[in-house]
Design a protein around this ligand. Structure first.
Ligand SMILES: Cc1cc2nc3c(=O)[nH]c(=O)nc-3n(C[C@H](O)[C@H](O)[C@H](O)COP(=O)(O)OP(=O)(O)OC[C@H]3O[C@@H](n4cnc5c(N)ncnc54)[C@H](O)[C@@H]3O)c2cc1C
Length: 341
């Protein structure tokens, strides 16, 4: 997902696991939002692929969650118990049978869960296809020209000024500038408690394909065909810089090779870092706030790609009807100010 008040520059390269079940233990309304978005994915992908004429590498082979120590096993057991109660498909696997699913896993793995509902997508291809789909529908992209200033009159955004000095007026504006969203609306007196959360990734070349996503806690290996595997990630709060660091790479290598020693023999191809737009409660900021025509679509933290279809649905409904969508209280732009009051 990439955007803003206009698009600027190339999107960050990130790995995408569309995995509400792989990520979560608790059943709450945010889980439901993630699951609803995952369920929209097949339709979303079909539409984007149809409009762009390109494949986005969407796969539905599931995720294997593994645990190597007692604490990790306990977390998996909790996930199994709570998600089974919700009727979600989840298969408990004996450690000795894990090798039948994925070759190259550690014999130290003590337990595993297979999540057949999890999907994944090649986010670089998805971004390119989205841009192409939009362009073919008549969307105009102004690359390299960011939004600089939002001008308000009464309770409405009147215009947006860009870095190049252009001034844009519109009936409605969408704020989707990732972790840079807060600084854009701060001069309007709108306080969004957001911060960038850096994540580093490594891409390897491999001779054999990984059949599915394997993850242990926040670390994972993701197949990226042809002949590629991605390993991630880090969770770092170090400001807006996004260098790839030795410490970051070591932590990814240590964690992933602990559950999949095959990582040690893979050929390094490249590494990069991206910034996740985190919020004070780690939930996205969606919908209309106090200004009548400024729609928020930001703060998606670790789930922006998973949440892309539901975000698109919610935001397009608001744009088309002009009415605030129901059921979005937990994601309201003003919730932080209300909590502070
Ligand atoms: C390592 C890593 C792994 C991840 N893995 C997953 C995953 O497995 N599944 C998942 O669902 N999510 C994942 N995420 C999270 C996901 O990438 C984010 O939630 C998502 O990118 C947020 O999308 P966004 O468009 O809101 O923000 P961004 O992707 O940050 O895009 C914001 C855009 O706004 C532009 N912009 C900024 N300021 C301005 C301005 N003033 N004017 C115009 N444009 C501006 C920026 O240039 C940028 O292009 C991962 C993130 C990282 C870093």
């Amino acid at each position: 997902m990439s955007g803003g008040l206009g698009f600027s520059g190339a999107p960050d390269v990130i790995v995408i696991v569309l995995a509400p079940q792989g990520e979560m233990v608790e059943h709450d309304s945010f889980f439901d939002l993630c699951a609803a978005s995952r369920d929209l994915y097949p339709e979303f992908v079909a539409e984007v692929e149809g409009l762009s004429g390109t494949s986005v590498g969407y796969r539905r082979d599931g995720t294997l969650l593994v645990a190597a120590d007692e604490e990790e096993c306990r977390i998996l057991e909790e996930a199994f118990a709570s998600q089974s109660r919700m009727g979600l498909p989840l298969e408990r696997l004996e450690a000795r049978t894990l090798g039948e699913r994925v070759a190259g896993l550690s014999p130290r793995i003590r337990c595993g869960l297979f999540v057949p509902g999890d999907h994944w997508v090649d986010n670089e291809r998805l971004c390119r296809a989205l841009v192409e789909s939009c362009a073919r529908q008549g969307v105009v992209f102004r690359r390299g020209d960011g939004a600089r200033k939002i001008n308000v009159q009464g309770q409405r955004v009147k215009t947006v000024e860009s870095d190049s000095g252009s001034v844009f007026s519109a009936a409605k504006f969408i704020l989707a500038a990732g972790c840079w969203s807060a600084e854009l609306v701060a001069p309007l007196g709108i306080s969004l408690p957001m911060q960038p959360c850096r994540g580093q990734m490594i891409e390897f070349e491999c001779d054999r394909e990984l059949p599915l996503v394997v993850r242990a806690g926040h670390h994972y290996l993701v197949p990226r065909s042809p002949g590629r595997i991605l390993a991630g990630t880090t969770v770092e709060y170090e400001g807006f810089e996004k260098p790839v660091t030795g410490e970051g790479l070591i932590s990814i290598l240590d964690a992933t090779s602990r559950f999949a020693p095959l990582v040690k023999s893979l050929r390094f191809r490249r590494a990069w870092a991206g910034l996740r737009p985190d919020t004070a409660d780690h939930k996205p900021i969606l919908g209309l706030g106090d200004l009548e025509n400024l729609i928020f679509a930001t703060g998606h933290f670790r789930n922006g790609i998973l949440l892309a279809p539901i975000t698109a649905k919610i935001i397009s409904e608001i744009v088309l009807t002009g009415k605030p969508a129901g059921g979005l209280e937990a994601y309201h732009p003003s919730r932080f100010a209300r909590q502070r009051a």
